[in-house]
Design a protein around this ligand. Structure first.
Ligand SMILES: Nc1ncnc2c1ncn2[C@@H]1O[C@H](COP(=O)(O)OP(=O)(O)OP(=O)(O)O)[C@@H](O)[C@H]1O
Ligand SMILES: [Mg+2]
Length: 156
C-alpha cells in the first residue's frame, strides 16, 4: 500500500497543494485528474523528493517518511521504490531502447549488466519493443518499460 497524507506545497505566495491525502492499495491503477497547473506533477515530485514539500507524509514499503524532514538515506529508500515516466520522457536519444532501460539498473541499482539486460528485455517485451534504436513512437513505450523495472510507477 502507498499512502499520502496531508501534502502541502506553496511556491512563493502561491499555494499549489493544500493537505492532499490518498491511499493506494497494492495493484490499484490511480489517475490524478485536474486542469493544467493544478499541481498534479508537483504532488508526484513532492512524494519522490524532487520537490521539497512544506509538509506531508508518505507511507511506502511499510515505512512512513516525513516529506519535509526526510534525510538523504530515507530519500534514497523511497526513490528506489518509485519510478517516474516524465512528460518529456528524459531518455537518451543516442542509445537503444535496451540501453535506456538498463542504464538506471546498472548505475542506480548496481545490478550486473547481464541481470539488468534480462530484466530490461522482459519489460521491453511487455511494451512490444526489444533493444532497437529509439524511433519517435518507441520513446513513450521505452519510458514506460523503464518504469516497469521498478515496483511502483508514476507517469506525469
Ligand atoms: N519550481 C516552481 N516554482 C514556481 N512555481 C512552480 C514551480 N513548479 C510548478 N510551479 C507552479 O505550480 C503550479 C502547478 O504546476 P504543475 O506542473 O504541478 O501542474 P500540473 O497539474 O502538473 O499541470 P499540467 O497538467 O500542465 O502538467 C503551476 O502554476 C506552476 O507554474
Ligand atoms: Mg504535469
Amino acid at each position: 500500500m502507498v499512502s499520502i497524507s496531508n501534502v502541502s506545497k506553496t511556491f512563493g505566495s502561491n499555494p499549489i497543494l493544500r493537505g492532499i491525502s490518498m491511499d493506494i492499495e497494492k495493484g490499484d491503477v490511480v489517475v490524478v485528474l485536474g486542469p493544467s497547473g493544478s499541481g498534479k506533477t508537483t504532488l508526484l515530485r513532492c512524494i519522490s523528493f524532487l520537490e521539497h514539500a512544506d509538509e506531508g507524509e508518505l507511507e511506502i514499503g511499510g515505512k512512513t517518511y516525513n516529506l519535509r524532514t526526510a534525510n538523504k538515506r530515507q530519500m534514497l529508500e523511497v526513490r528506489k521504490q518509485i519510478a517516474f515516466v516524465f512528460q518529456n520522457h528524459n531518455l537518451f536519444q543516442n542509445k537503444t531502447a535496451l540501453e535506456n532501460v538498463t542504464e538506471g539498473l546498472i548505475i542506480g541499482r548496481k545490478m550486473s549488466k547481464k541481470d539488468a539486460e534480462i530484466k530490461a528485455l522482459e519489460a521491453l517485451s511487455e511494451v512490444g519493443l526489444k533493444g532497437r534504436s529509439l524511433s519517435f513512437t518507441a520513446v513513450r513505450r521505452t519510458a514506460i518499460a523503464c518504469g516497469d523495472c521498478k515496483s511502483s510507477c508514476f507517469s506525469t
